[in-house]
Design a protein around this ligand. Structure first.
Ligand code: ZN
Length: 172
């Protein structure tokens, strides 16, 4: 399991919920999330994005806690933090966000808070001079979207590489 923190957080939220119905639903949500992580291990979006970074020839670190939001992937050479976000959990606002009709305000508030925390983390990273790239799950769901996302991702990396080289030359 790559992100035990997330599963643990879900379970804790389920445990802390005061509403019995909510509690049960959150618990179910957490379990199915964990199962999907286990089942989808080899095809997970993070693995795909990692393969892009590797392909481009960069070394990277995973979930580096020294940076705000513990980026899924951090590329030291480019000072780049990459987040691979699930559309639902991070409230992307696309069709895949699918917040269930009649969802409680408690639940919506949780998701809204996730989104605010993301924005706050990205700002702090940028203040530190770290680039931020977000890859959304909906962008890599189908083969054609995946190819498009990969192209623009690699293009972004090349652009940052040029910037990084220029900065190094300035120092020298
Ligand atoms: Zn999305």
């Amino acid at each position: 399991m790559k992100r035990p923190g997330k599963a643990a957080r879900l379970l804790r939220e389920a445990k802390e919920s005061e509403d019995e119905e909510e509690k049960e639903r959150l618990g179910k949500e957490a379990r199915s999330f964990i199962m999907s992580r286990i089942r989808g291990k080899d095809t997970s979006p993070e693995l795909l994005v990692r393969s892009w970074v590797r392909e481009a020839g960069y070394r990277y670190r995973l979930n580096d806690r020294r940076f705000p939001g513990s980026p899924d992937i951090y590329v030291p050479r480019l000072r780049l933090a990459i987040f691979v976000n699930g559309c639902f959990w991070h409230l992307h606002g696309c069709a895949s966000t699918k917040v269930p009709v009649g969802a409680s305000s408690y639940w919506l508030m949780k998701l809204e808070r996730n989104k605010e925390r993301d924005a706050w983390n990205y700002r702090r990273l940028e203040d530190m001079g770290v680039h931020v790239l977000v890859v959304w799950e909906c962008e890599i769901r189908t083969k054609s979207r995946r190819e498009k996302a990969r192209d623009s991702f690699l293009q972004d990396l090349r652009r940052m590489d040029t910037l990084a080289s220029r900065k190094q030359n300035d120092v020298i």
